[in-house]
Ligand binder design. Structure first.
Ligand code: 13P
Length: 253
């Protein structure tokens, strides 16, 4: 049985004060979500050390939204995976479409970042997803498979055991448009087949694949009911603790 996961990507939202209060709310309400669902929150860098202390000893896991592609040194403004690991960060979102678009993050950079994360015991949540014009041109499956393949083909089988994948169609992010459960299932099955091609069926069956893109309490249950959808990577709806927990309730106990 694969790990079911609901992860909140707060993006560049909340001040540290607001974020700490949100984390406290999530902790307080987390008992209302099924026990077998792993809950992860991914606040901005400025919040992490404080939130790490708050989540310690609770069922909430902590993730970052990025890390440097280098280990350390003269890289002004960057934050290393080692720094994240040191304060108790367990996950890091990598390859989000917003970072691909605004910061030019492509496969070679992502592979370096994943190596840094894994080398420091931080699990990558590797994102992929097509643009609307790519879907309209029927290229979505090829685009997403290429995004995944170009990165995971650089990993060892042992490393792949630590990787979580997330399918986030760009046209569904922050737009209110959600992939239908069938569209999500179709893509997730292709992604799992790509993992199987490189690492075999056992690893493919063990890798959690999350869906992201306007996932909310009203559509989570239908998405999570799909056989290859193992949870969600939640943007806007993760900024309200009750919505975030309601999404996790999309999984049955
Ligand atoms: P929304 O849930 O706001 O559409 O964002 C999804 C996302 O990008 C999570 O990483």
């Amino acid at each position: 049985m694969r790990q079911q996961i609901v992860a909140g990507n707060w993006k560049m939202n909340t001040t540290p004060t607001e974020g700490f209060a949100l984390a406290k709310d999530v902790i307080a309400q987390s008992a209302q979500s099924p026990n077998n669902v792993e809950l992860i929150i991914c606040p901005p860098f400025t919040h992490l050390a404080e939130v790490a202390k708050a989540v310690r000893g609770t069922r909430i896991h902590l993730g970052a939204q990025n890390c440097a592609m280098w280990a350390e040194g003269a890289y002004t403004g960057e934050v290393s995976a080692k720094m994240l690991a040191n304060i108790g960060v367990e996950y890091v979102i990598l390859g989000h479409s917003e970072r691909r678009e605004h910061f030019g993050e492509q496969s070679a950079i992502l592979l370096s970042k994943i190596q840094q994360a894994l080398g420091n015991g931080v699990k990558p949540i590797l994102c992929c997803g097509e643009r609307l014009e790519e879907r309209n041109a029927q290229q979505h499956i090829a685009v997403v498979n290429a995004q995944i393949e170009s990165v995971i083909s650089g990993l060892t089988a042992e490393q792949m055991q630590q990787v979580v994948l997330a399918y986030e169609p760009v046209w569904a992010i922050g737009t209110g448009l959600t992939a239908t459960a069938q569209q999500a299932q179709e893509m997730h099955a292709h992604i799992r087949a790509t993992v199987a091609k490189h690492f075999g069926d056992a690893q493919a069956n063990a890798t959690p694949i999350l869906y992201g893109g306007s996932c909310k309490p009203s559509n989570a249950a239908e998405l999570f009911a799909q056989p290859d959808v193992d949870g969600g990577l939640i943007g806007g709806a993760s900024l309200k603790a009750s919505d975030f927990i309601a999404i996790a309730q999309g999984f049955k106990e």
